[in-house]
Structures are given as C-alpha cells and as structure tokens.
Design a binder for this molecule. Sequence first.
Ligand SMILES: Nc1nc2c(c(=O)[nH]1)N[C@H]1C(S)=C(S)[C@@H](COP(=O)(O)O)O[C@H]1N2
Ligand SMILES: [Mo]
Length: 251
Amino acid sequence: MTDLLVKRRTLIAGGAGLLLAGCDKVAQIPAARKILFSGEDIHYGLQRALQDRGALAPEYRPDQMSPIFRANGTRNPATPSYDAMVANRFADYRLAVDGLVDRPLSLGIAQLAAMPARTQITRHDCVEGWSAIGQWQGPMLGTVLKAAGVRRSARYVVFTCADLYNGEPYYESIDTIDAFHPQTILALKMNGAPLEVAHGAPVRLRVERQLGYKHAKYVMGVKAVASLEGIGKGKGGYWEDNVDYDWYAGI
Ligand SMILES: Nc1nc2c(c(=O)[nH]1)N[C@H]1C(S)=C(S)[C@@H](COP(=O)(O)O)O[C@H]1N2
Ligand SMILES: [Mo]
C-alpha cells in the first residue's frame, strides 16, 4: 500500500497537463506542490482539478505481457444463476444498461462482441501489492452508453456484479469522465481468449487509470445515475463501503 501511495503521489505531482490555468501556475511552484500534495488525504476534487483526466494509461508490447496473471477477489461467483450461465456458455447472459438513459438496453454477448472493439495491453495494479500486464479487448463503455442514449444528468456509472464478496454484492462506480475515457472498456476477452471465470467472465470492466479493485468483474448491470446515495452503503463500491478504500483510485 505504501509503495503504491508514494507512486501515486509522484505520478500526481509529475502529472502532465495541469488543466486549470489558475491552479497550474500554483502547482508548478515546488513549495506550493508540497503543501498541495502532502498528507494522506488528497481530496478527490483537487486530484481531479490538477490531473489530466483524459491522459492515457501506458500501453505495452505483446512481449511485455505477464506469463502469469493472477486472479484476485472472487474467482468464481458460484451462485446457482451464475453456474447456469456458465453451463450454457453465457448464451442467456444479458447486460442491463439502464438508469438515466433514453433507451435502456439488454445486450447479449453477441451484441456486445459486434460493437467496435478496443484492444489494449495494460498493467493492472492491485492495492495488495501485485501487478500484471495483460491484453484486454471489448467495446468502449462510452459506445455502450451512447447506444443507450445516456442523459446529461448522469454523473456516475454503477456496475453491478454477479458475485457476493463476504456475503455482500460486489459493485463499483466511476464518474462519467472515466466512463468516456477511451481505455475504459467492457472487456470480453483477455489475452486473445474469452474471459475465464476467474477473470470475470463474461464481461468485466477495465478502467485503466485506476487501481484493480475498480475493475469490476462479472458485470451484469451498468446504471447511469446522478448520485451514489442509496446504492450499497453509499460510498460507491464494495471496498469503499466496507474497508474505506478511496472511491477515486487514480494511478
Ligand atoms: N466482481 C468482482 N470484481 C472484482 C473483484 C471481486 O472480488 N469481485 N476483485 C477486484 C480486485 S481487488 C482486483 S485486484 C481485480 C482482480 O482481477 P483479476 O482476478 O482478473 O486479476 O478484480 C477486481 N474486481
Ligand atoms: Mo485488488
């Protein structure tokens, strides 16, 4: 955790593209940086104001891919309904896209696979202190949200998952800036093959500018909302609700 935090601070402090004219000048003065970025409790708003949210996460060459990509958290939801989906190879799987959208969608794997796909080789960083480089492929989340006619009133996108973790539904959320980031995809494939159950079959989120726990596996629902209030315990994700992890886990 410490290493990652230090790395995050360094990245933030060195981050390219400081957006706000007034703010960036202040942030370039070393003493001001020290004040702005010291302390463990960097405010999301501050991070958001000073980072270039559109910047891409590094992408890697095929020969840099990790020979082993471990699975973490839930490795198999193993509920009766998930087992049934596995049994017929996700032919009955439907992704629900709803909330603040003009056209709620219910998309099967074939429909998702027919959308233009993005392929990216990225590094996954887990807060527990491991990383792995893998290749991910699937439609951009932005494409799916546009197909559903997401409304301007939407501020967040919530992902519901097929698994329970410690008996509670795993879920995650991101804001609409990350939802429309080009590297934010609904991955159907990993390393060239359909996702394995351990890695979130049949659909998992990749949100490459954030830490591993944000990358929801076993995604069943994508809901556009104006507020995270009333969802789970209100903090935007399983770990945020239960272990106080940051909602914005920028790397
Ligand atoms: N639905 C669901 N998504 C999840 C988790 C989980 O337990 N359930 N674990 C998270 C964590 S902490 C990490 S590091 C990654 C692990 O992804 P992997 O199993 O493909 O390595 O998934 C994330 N997404
Ligand atoms: Mo993780």
